[in-house]
Design a protein around this ligand. Sequence first.
Ligand SMILES: *Cc1c(COP(=O)(O)O)cnc(C)c1O
Length: 400
Amino acid sequence: MNDKSIPYGRQCISKRDIKAVVETLQSDFLTQGPKIPEFEEVFAKYIGAEYAVAVSNGTAALHLSALALKVQPGQKIITTPITFSASANCIRYCGAEIVFADIDPITYLLDINSVQQILSASPKGTYAGIISVEFAGSAINLELLKAIANEYEMWIIEDACHAPGGYFIDCKNNKQLCGNGNFADLSIFSFHPVKHLTTGEGGMITTNNKELYENLIKLRSHGITRNQKIFINDIKWASGNVAEVPATYPGWYMEMQELGYNYRLTDFQSALGISQLKNAEKGLLRRRKIAKKYAKAFKNKQWLQGQSGFVDGHAYHLYIIEVKDRLGLYNYLKSKNIFTQVHYIPIHLMPYYKKEGYKHGDYPNAEKYYSRCLSLPMYSTLKDSEQDFVIEQIKKYYGD
Ligand SMILES: *Cc1c(COP(=O)(O)O)cnc(C)c1O
């Protein structure tokens, strides 16, 4: 029997992580200091993007992305119903409309054919953008999606919260890392403790677009800029209408140029992020190893429904199986101190979105998937003996 409970996901905090946070707490800056740009630089490098903007959480990253892309009432944006609600909510924050497209029953990702059907049914310009989600850590073919987005003049936000280190193979046989900015306009990550890397709460936006990057920096901090080159009021007025106009703006001067927010990450969280990133590759390899072991253990099991093989390029934030009698298995595992989870309840059937007019039966693949999916324990500190126990108990439940 196992007395320690096994969750579906949890953080990995090292002694080095703790030291890094304590050192920053003892430094001059708790926030708005040097650790933030340092974290942004190392993160951008890891993901292979040109720019990165650290923010207070993944939801803030989505909201700022929508603001930077000028999402507004009257617009329609497409996303998947199988994701965390925040992927869709960011569009509602801006007063625009979310339109769901069904998922592919094999990959569980946004079904590109379904997206195309929605797009071709309306005149060009009806849809402003797509939010694609690398669900569970599986990389969507963004090259393909980008071609469609270009055809319909739409932007792409890539919700890569599950997929730091995930990749797909492009038509030239190159590995394209999730969030690398080659296809999506903006990509977002979360550093919540269940994700690959954590800062407690935290998030990041990556992009290769300089203009969007500069706008995001401004929006993250109230819409305020201290960059003289873009000031709108003149030096004479800013200086207090002095008789002799100085050559530069006074030291105190700054401008709030648009409506922004306080979505900043702190320096001690950034220090934690920098330290966590040093273990990113190791953590990713461990997750892939765990996935391989599950895939092997469950191969050709008759109680399994849908796919469960190992997928190359998958970052394995989650390891999902589709099973018969999911509720029974969930409760049985819980009685053994194994806490599995369901990702996700289809968003279009959340009461909030039902009020917007969505109903049962609208997205059959997503709904069928929901009726049988279960996320098994998957995190880098999961011990072999713990995984063996999980596998053994699942087999035992099905009398296998
Ligand atoms: C975690 C997550 C978010 C939100 O991130 P927070 O940091 O919790 O705000 C958004 N989208 C997906 C797919 C997520 O998994």
